[in-house]
Write a protein that binds this ligand. Structure first.
Ligand code: FCB
Length: 441
């Protein structure tokens, strides 16, 4: 029986770091030299939106820093866009570098711990035209960029994420090959970063645990284990041992993989069900776990904090930072429910498995551009699409109280979602169902 309103208080270890995460292309706006911006101009998919000015953080980063302070955040994860620093091959834009330096300096002046991602979903269009990460020889271009950038900003950077989410992708040989090349890029990138900085280095892993759609079906079980290796296992095994093992390819031993992560950086949102009857192995979400929280089909998410506990139990051999976790919802109260459940789950994993979780970055600070659409609202603060005015939501106030208390309690939750207090719900799905009924009333 779990009643979120009655949960006894729980706290996190002293020094636990709380913050939020964003990425350049999703908030800066006019990221015109990136491959994503180029693709956006020709995409004709119905409902597809272009990023345009995004949250205009390129100009309004002072406001973002003010917002971080106002909301009590201690740490901020964001990306430095390679395509802004090197818009044409070999030509560097000093103005763009100065702008990032100014932002970093101001973050430090504001007392905020900085976590910089070097590659988050985008790269320069010129790099794309050379074949991007589909060609192994192109990794050198990325390494040259890292070598150029890192010494210039290292004085203000408290931690690094070389690449975001190299691990997800399809099951075809070309998808597997892409994982291999990007894994090498992040490992070699980490080596370069370490030459110039003693701050901890990792790469954010999209941890989608794969589970069989039909729990007793032999092929679903086998396919789930296979897909879990392809998306998760190969990465952790590679960093632990230096052995790169991917299906259909000869294994390689690369010593640099072994030092690629000082800590595990985990982006966790939901699990993934595996259906062996589907060509791509992708199973449906459980309908009763998903909520119609965004318009259209953009990103219906499952509530599944149990797998968050299990995920953390698989990586107890290094410190863990949650570098992304959050929920997209038009109705902000769903975000509070999701956040409460996942904080409780995180705490449970620390007790149950001694998972050494040290930091939590909520995705996201702002309602941002979600790779093709503005419909999914992940932000703790709303952004007016005309004026770019930032307006914190109740979830931001809830999170601020969590940060202040370095933990949460049923009492705190009930202050924000009192309507759930009468429900001694059997599990969280039922709880969230009640909330949706109440929302519609
Ligand atoms: C993650 C991405 C991030 C954002 C969230 C919702 O997979 O890293 O950029 O889109 O999903």
């Amino acid at each position: 029986m779990l009643n979120l309103c009655k949960l006894p208080p729980f706290t996190f270890p002293k020094g636990f770091l709380w913050g939020s995460a964003t990425a350049g292309h999703q908030i800066e706006g006019d990221n015109v030299h990136s491959q994503w911006f180029h693709e956006e101009q020709t995409c004709t998919e119905p409902g597809f939106e272009r990023s345009g000015k995004a949250c205009n953080s390129w100009e309004l980063y002072d406001e973002d820093i003010r917002l971080l302070k106002e909301l009590g955040h201690q740490a901020y994860r964001f990306s430095v866009e390679w395509s802004r620093i090197e818009p044409e091959q070999g030509r560097h834009d000093q103005g763009a570098l100065d702008r990032y330096l100014d932002m970093l300096r101001k973050l430090k002046e504001a007392g905020i711990f900085t976590c910089v991602t070097l590659l988050h979903g985008t790269h320069p269009q010129w790099f794309e035209e050379l074949g991007g990460f589909c060609r192994e020889e192109n990794v050198d271009h990325f390494l040259r960029h890292v070598e150029f950038l890192v010494p210039k900003i290292a004085a203000y950077v408290d931690s690094w994420l070389v690449v975001n989410e190299i691990n997800l992708g399809g099951i075809l040989p070309e998808h597997i090959q892409l994982r291999r090349i990007r894994f090498k890029a992040l490992a070699r990138g980490a080596e370069v970063v370490k030459r110039f900085s003693s701050a901890p280095v990792s790469s954010a892993h999209a941890f989608v645990p794969r589970e069989p759609l039909r729990p007793d079906d032999e092929l679903d079980v086998a396919a789930a284990r296979y897909k879990d290796w392809l998306d998760n296992g190969f990465f952790f095994h590679g960093v632990r041992t230096g052995e790169l093992v991917l299906p259909g390819q000869d294994a390689e031993f690369l010593p640099e993989l072994k030092n690629a992560c000082d800590f595990w950086a985990v982006n966790y949102y939901h699990r993934g069900l595996v259906d062996s009857r589907k060509g791509n192995l992708i199973g449906k979400k459980f309908r009763f776990n998903a909520f119609n929280t965004v318009l259209g089909k953009a990103m219906d998410r499952e509530f599944c904090p149990e797998t968050f506990v299990k995920v953390l139990g698989r990586i107890t051999d290094k410190p863990i930072w949650i570098t992304e976790n959050g929920f997209c919802a038009d109705e902000d109260r769903f975000r509070i429910v999701y956040l409460m459940q996942h904080l409780a789950a995180m705490h449970e994993a620390m007790e149950l498995y001694h998972a050494d979780v040290r930091a939590y970055f909520h995705w996201s600070l702002l309602d941002n551009y979600e790779w093709g659409s503005y419909a999914p609202k992940f932000g703790l603060a709303a952004v007016d699409r005309q004026t770019f005015r930032r307006t914190p939501k109740p979830s931001a106030a809830f999170y601020r109280e969590v940060i202040r208390a370095n933990g949460a309690s049923g009492e705190l939750f009930a202050k924000y979602i009192p309507e759930l207090s009468q429900y001694a719900q059997r599990d969280h799905f039922e709880a969230a169902g009640k909330l949706s009924v109440l929302t519609q009333a």
